[in-house]
Design a protein around this ligand. Structure first.
Ligand SMILES: O=C(O)CCC(=O)C(=O)O
Ligand SMILES: [Fe+2]
Length: 250
């Protein structure tokens, strides 16, 4: 695991690796990037940088993505039924990678060259997470609070057993939930014992408020052992754009 920092701790020697500005003339304004790490246990963890980007830069990027991305709302298959995905999406990846397929849907892989803004964000993400390497990004646009992503894990084999996934948020803040997957042993117990045993015990859920310009990183066994979701929120009245950077293994 890349970081051993605990919740609320400051990264040591904040400097270029953290993307912190030296304040020189002509340099892009960058806020101090404070990293908060939540240990989920069992080799899973989440790192959160609430102010990954300053608000103004993040709004400029929001506008470019909102207008410039060829958003689609595909029909997917969930539990054997066809349904329109409850959010807009797009996919960008290096050429020649294994194709991504989820819920019976295979998104077209656009090229990074079509969207210079995505290259800028990718560079900032690489700088903020030392040792990271991402070659694809799934983009989601939630038009308002009725758009959502249901419980899932990004555990497709093309990402390997311990993928690092970096999630950048623009626009309306929304809640991001994590819950522990039911364990095999809990499932395999039959009869009365199984009924009495709760599948998800207290303390095995976490909630993060993902704000405009924030970065959240899931790493270790988070995709194998946990699920995540962005639930509907009737009060969320404005759009949110989220980018999840991933590394497709070759
Ligand atoms: O919008 C988010 O914060 C999460 C999106 C997500 O989980 C996904 O695209 O797999
Ligand atoms: Fe996901």
């Amino acid at each position: 695991m890349a970081s051993r920092l605990r919740l609320g701790q400051r990264m040591p020697n904040p400097g270029p690796e953290l993307g912190e500005s030296k304040g020189g003339e002509g340099e892009a304004k960058k806020p101090e990037q404070r990293l908060e790490v939540t240990d989920l246990g069992g080799g899973s963890e989440v790192a959160h940088i609430r102010r990954f980007m300053d608000r103004e830069t993040a709004w400029e990027m929001f506008e470019q993505l909102d207008k410039g991305i060829p958003w689609t709302r595909p029909t997917i298959r969930v539990f054997g039924r066809s349904a329109v995905q409850p959010r807009d999406t797009c996919y960008v990846a290096d050429e020649g990678l294994t194709v991504l397929k989820y819920s019976g849907y295979q998104p077209h892989a656009h090229s990074w060259d079509e969207f210079p803004v995505l290259k800028d964000i990718l560079k900032a993400v690489h700088e903020a997470i030392p040792g990271s390497y991402f070659n694809s990004v799934v983009l989601n646009r939630y038009k308002a609070g009725l758009d959502y992503v249901s419980w899932h894990a990004d555990d497709e084999p093309l990402y390997g057993p311990t993928p690092e996934i970096a999630s950048v948020t623009f626009g309306c803040e929304r809640e991001f939930l994590l819950r522990k997957k039911p364990t095999k042993s809990a499932n395999s117990v039959s009869g009365e014992a199984a009924q009495k045993r709760p599948k998800i015990s207290a303390g095995q859920q976490h909630s993060f408020l993902l704000k405009h310009g924030s970065l959240l990183v899931m790493r270790g066994y988070t995709q194998r052992d946990w699920q995540h979701a962005v639930p509907k929120r009737a009060k969320a009245a404005s759009p949110r754009i989220n980018l999840t950077f991933r590394r497709v293994l070759s």
